[in-house]
Design a protein around this ligand. Structure first.
Ligand code: KIV
Ligand code: NA
Length: 275
């Protein structure tokens, strides 16, 4: 299993880092078998698994429940778990208690926090307490209400400058990596060259140190529309629905189960059945 120090080395060696989300036992197993460097148990699970229309309703208990399943599926991969909405803003003490639960109760290796400003001191406190932190800048979905929608961030000079400064602060506070979501590729390039720690992009172009995408998005599983920055490597949805339709139709038409799916009794057992 790769550790935080290896991710740093990968950046130094220009070796790309691949992160993928997973939310349960089978997706984690597939992610590990597929060879990803890190698994993110994203609070995107609120949308792609639980059917909410944002990540805001996701709770600590949701994250713990899903991260435990991911850990059982991927015993040999570095796992980052998202801290959910408002679980790292009230105080440093609350942040440590919540992050501690997320790590201790699930076996995840690191946590991810969105934003800078008051979050910087939380990153520092967690790192000091021995919990590796991945920062998350740019489009931070837990702030969708303040940002006014899911939009590209850092497009004007002021916002770009702030983002670059925020990224530096995350690094100084001890973050081992930064996820950079939905920013112009030129800005992502600048952040990547400025920081020593790896920058993992999503909708941030190719010049960053690695990429992260959502499991359901790359596989076309259950999702109807995907953002511009997603590449769908397959679309399993139609296959899955067709398979379910075949099952329904075969049962309705007395084509399933067949002989091979049925159990039988021998003469002796039959006698016992009828007395
Ligand atoms: O929750 C999530 O899946 C994420 C990634 C999109 C970075 O935070
Ligand atoms: Na997230």
């Amino acid at each position: 299993m790769k550790q935080t120090t290896e991710f740093l080395k990968m950046k130094q060696n220009n070796e790309k880092i691949v992160m993928l989300t997973a939310y349960d036992y089978p997706s984690a197993k597939q992610a590990e078998q597929g060879g990803v460097d890190l698994i993110l148990v994203g609070d995107s699970l609120g949308m792609v698994v639980l059917g909410y229309d944002s990540t805001i309703p996701v709770t600590m208990d949701d994250m713990i429940h899903h991260t435990k399943a991911v850990k059982r599926g991927a015993k040999d991969t570095f796992i980052v778990a998202d801290m959910p909405f408002l679980t790292y803003h009230l105080s440093i003490k609350d942040t440590l208690i919540n992050a501690g639960r997320l790590i201790q109760e699930t076996g995840a290796h690191a946590v991810k926090l969105e934003g800078a400003d008051d979050v910087i001191e939380k990153i520092a406190a967690l790192t000091k307490a021995g919990i590796p932190v991945c920062a998350h800048l740019g489009l931070t979905p837990q702030s969708v209400g303040v940002l006014g929608g899911y939009k590209v961030q850092g497009k004007d000079a002021g916002a770009a400058k702030k983002l670059l400064e925020d990224a530096k602060k995350c690094e100084h506070a001890g973050a081992f990596a930064v996820v950079l979501e939905c920013v112009p590729k030129q800005l992502a390039d600048e952040v990547t060259n400025t920081l020593s720690i790896p920058v993992i992009g999503i909708g941030a172009g190719i010049e960053v140190d690695g990429q992260v995408l959502v499991y359901h998005d790359i596989l076309g599983y259950g999702v109807e529309r995907v953002p511009k920055f997603v590449k769908q490597y397959t679309s399993v949805n139609p296959f899955m629905i067709e398979s379910i339709q075949s099952y329904v139709s075969e049962v309705k038409n007395n084509q399933f189960p067949e002989e091979q799916h049925s159990f039988t009794m021998n003469e002796q057992e039959l006698k016992g059945l009828y007395g």
